[in-house]
Design a protein. Structure first.
Length: 138
């Protein structure tokens, strides 16, 4: 017998879904962020917002994710196993490449081609430690 997922609202603007272990954390509403610089470092708060629109235009760009310590600070109640996602849309005309930062481990294809999206799934693995799974759109 499996337990049905439970949803908890702690009144902080986030819904927590507890399937069989860690929580999947969802913002109450997506907070889109538009980035126009070729090379960028989205903040932990922007990543937690759930949607980043990057208009790359002048050449291949690099996206350096924020540090795991900053993710911990932006999401202070996160426990190992907790997960959040962010859609990273490359709406520009150049490929952008996701790069890691202190405390992050990347899994998956890191280059996001022109006019493609990537789903970034962040899973907390410990104190100042997150694994980021990158899934590209078709």
């Amino acid at each position: 017998m499996t337990n049905a997922p439970k949803v908890y609202d702690k009144g902080d603007g986030w819904a927590r879904v507890y399937p069989d272990g860690g929580a999947i954390v969802l913002p109450a509403a997506l907070t889109p962020v538009a980035l126009a610089t070729q090379n960028t470092t989205p903040t932990a708060a922007q990543l937690l917002g759930g949607l980043i629109d990057h208009a790359s235009t002048t050449g291949a760009g690099t996206v350096t994710l924020d540090t795991a310590a900053n993710l911990d600070a932006a999401y202070p109640n996160a426990q190992p196993g907790d997960v959040f996602t962010c859609v990273y849309a490359n709406t520009g005309s150049q490929t952008v490449t996701i790069t890691t930062n202190t405390g992050l481990t990347l899994k998956g294809t890191v280059a996001i081609p022109t006019a493609k999206n990537a789903l970034l799934t962040f899973r907390k693995t410990g104190v100042a430690a997150w694994t980021v799974y990158i899934t590209l759109s078709a």
